[in-house]
Design a protein around this ligand. Structure first.
Ligand SMILES: Nc1ncnc2c1ncn2[C@@H]1O[C@H](COP(=O)(O)OP(=O)(O)OP(=O)(O)O)[C@@H](O)[C@H]1O
Length: 569
């Protein structure tokens, strides 16, 4: 049955970790699997879990919870349960899996658990709450325990919960730890969770090879970062789904405000924000909608705020102090993870608008693209103060890939982009702290209006609903409609024909000055054959020709830069 489901997922062959781990797990061994991010670890443990339950059900019809899968964040729990759902698609109602990680009605979760689903997916703290409340009992029947993203379990602060939780489990059960790294935390967890385990440490780099994943960097200061992003998007040099990573939650809203929704729409690109301060339901919905293709871009922050008001980076001590001070004001969800482990599907580009603060963060962000057998690229904007961070990543990647120079320079002649620079600088500066706050308030207001639970309240209190709707427009950033349209004179010469055509598409959505009537299709192809016409079009296409007058890229970068630009997967 699982095989039929796998066929439906169109997985032609197992990944390396699946090929090695599944037979060991089917033999009943405890396994610690370390394999790179995006290598298919979820199915590597989920398939044996499902198979074990099917086998046990053949020997005993007694219904009970037979597997507990723990993961550090709600997003990851949701993801695991949807992989289990995909893999049990052909099992009908025979195997039931319940995800109790979402914050919600405990009574509903209790009744789901009392129904004894075969598999329970939870964060450690949620599992513990239900175990303590006797809503689920595992002491007699649990056959399998899985801890996914084991390297994050302690760093997310679950050490005590895990230790306490083990007291609710039977003496004998099979256990699996899955992790992208073999950190000290994982080794400590291994000691307390696994018995005589087989350790699978695949001899493969922690990221996909450079034939599949290309890394680029581009030196740029704050104002220029915005201009470059604006130009890359407007000139269609970034194609396919992209994740733009920024350092802090507030900065998530900057690129969004710089390119306000109207403009994203004009790009025909849907964009949304993802960060740990959004409610879990909104985060999960954003990821789901992004995966379904509703949004082309996610602007995500995966770090806590490490920035000083003057723009410098905070020391660890300063950061802790700031966090303590802020904790009463701003609520960050401990059970949230953005770059770690989330299976954003078919992402062509990861753009580090802010460079990640350490090597492991870079690896995890980069791991959001080139997943499975897909192609991908990472483009990092690096300011002067971020250079040391970049050098650390460069050194690390070159060690991982046998002294190869992995991080390539993305050649981009910003001086040719003066027009973009001028326009975006203006818009970027309009994004003040107040504007960010207002944007976030607007988001909350929208959430209230969409909240199903409040629908009843609004029906009974229509005045409140009207007041909320009537509320003054919160968007204090002056929208600059001219940003949506890039006049031809702003473009580098080599891009004029193509991008003005792209703009023509956009112009179709907004009132445009009347143009002389002409039917492009009917225009004859002058001077030569169709082949020649195609050749000329190819020559003027910066993505296909090696030499670009406006934006200079060196030939050695062209292949990767094309991938970065086209993002074809
Ligand atoms: N055998 C396979 N063939 C093709 N694609 C696969 C296969 N197994 C899994 N995948 C796909 O690979 C992607 C990554 O899988 P998964 O999320 O399980 O990776 P992971 O190793 O758990 O990553 P992370 O460490 O980041 O959590 C998913 O989109 C999944 O659908």
């Amino acid at each position: 049955m699982a095989c039929k489901a796998i066929a439906k997922l169109a997985w032609a062959e197992p990944t390396l970790i699946q090929e090695t781990a599944i037979p060991l797990l089917l033999e009943g061994k405890d396994v610690l699997m370390r394999a790179r991010t995006g290598s298919g670890k979820t199915a590597a443990f989920a398939i044996p879990v499902i198979q074990k339950i099917i086998n046990l059900k053949h020997t005993s019809a007694y219904q009970c919870i037979r597997a507990l899968i723990l993961s550090p964040s709600k997003e990851l729990c949701g993801q695991i349960s949807s992989v289990v759902a995909d893999l049990t698609l052909k099992c009908g109602r025979e195997i039931r899996c319940v995800d109790i990680s979402p914050t919600g009605d405990m009574q509903t979760q209790k009744s789901l658990l009392l129904d004894k689903p075969d598999i329970v997916v939870a964060t450690p703290s949620k599992a513990l709450i239900h175990l303590k409340a006797s809503n689920m009992k595992l002491k007699d029947d649990l056959a399998m325990l899985v801890v996914d993203e084991a390297d994050l379990i302690f760093s997310f602060g679950y050490e005590d919960e895990i230790k306490e939780l083990l007291g609710f489990l039977p003496k004998i059960y099979q256990a699996v730890l899955a992790s992208a790294t073999l950190s000290d935390d994982v080794l400590s967890l291994k000691k307390i969770v696994l018995r005589n385990p087989v350790t699978l440490k695949l001899e493969e780099p922690e990221l996909a090879p450079s034939s599949q994943l290309q890394h680029y960097h581009l030196f740029a200061e704050e104002d220029d970062k915005a201009a470059i992003l604006y130009a890359l998007l407007k000139l269609n040099l970034i194609r396919g789904k992209s994740i733009i990573f920024v350092r802090t939650v507030d900065r998530c809203y900057n690129p969004m405000l710089l390119l306000p929704s109207r403009q994203w729409e004009q790009f025909k690109i849907g964009a949304c924000v993802l960060n740990s301060e959004l409610p879990a339901a909104v985060r999960c919905l954003s990821v789901e909608q992004f995966n379904r293709g509703k949004y082309q871009i996610i602007v995500a922050s995966d770090e806590k705020s490490l920035e000083k008001p003057d723009g410098g980076l905070l020391s660890h001590k300063e950061e802790k102090h700031k966090e303590k001070k802020q904790s009463s004001k701003r609520k960050r969800d401990k059970e949230s993870g953005v770059s770690r482990g989330i299976d954003f599907q078919h992402v062509s580009n990861v753009i580090n608008f802010d460079f990640p603060l350490d090597v492991s963060s870079y690896v995890h962000r980069a791991g959001r693209t080139a997943r499975g057998n897909n192609q991908g690229s990472v483009l990092s904007f690096v300011s002067i103060r971020e250079k040391p961070l970049m050098f650390a990543v460069e050194e690390h990647l070159s060690k991982v890939f046998n002294n190869q120079r992995v991080l390539q320079k993305y050649e981009f002649a910003l001086e040719e982009m003066e027009g973009f620079r001028y326009r975006s600088r203006d818009a970027w500066r309009a994004v003040t702290r107040i504007a960010v706050r207002e944007a976030r308030l607007k988001e909350i207001k929208q959430e209230l209006l969409n909240c199903k639970k409040l629908q009843g309240y609004f029906e009974e209190n229509p005045n409140d609903l009207a007041a909320l709707r009537r509320d003054k427009a919160l968007h204090t950033v002056r929208l600059q409609p001219q940003l949506a349209h890039v006049p031809e004179y702003l473009l580098p010469a080599a891009l004029r024909t193509e991008s003005s055509a792209a703009d023509d598409d956009q112009d179709a959505q907004e009132p445009a000055p009347p143009k002389p009537k002409e039917n492009k299709r009917k225009q004859p192809v002058h001077h030569g054959s169709v082949k020649r016409h195609k050749y000329q079009a190819r020559r003027s296409n910066p993505l296909q020709s090696f030499e670009i007058k406006g934006i200079k890229r060196k030939t050695r970068n062209t292949k990767g830069a094309d991938a970065a630009a086209s993002g074809d997967t």
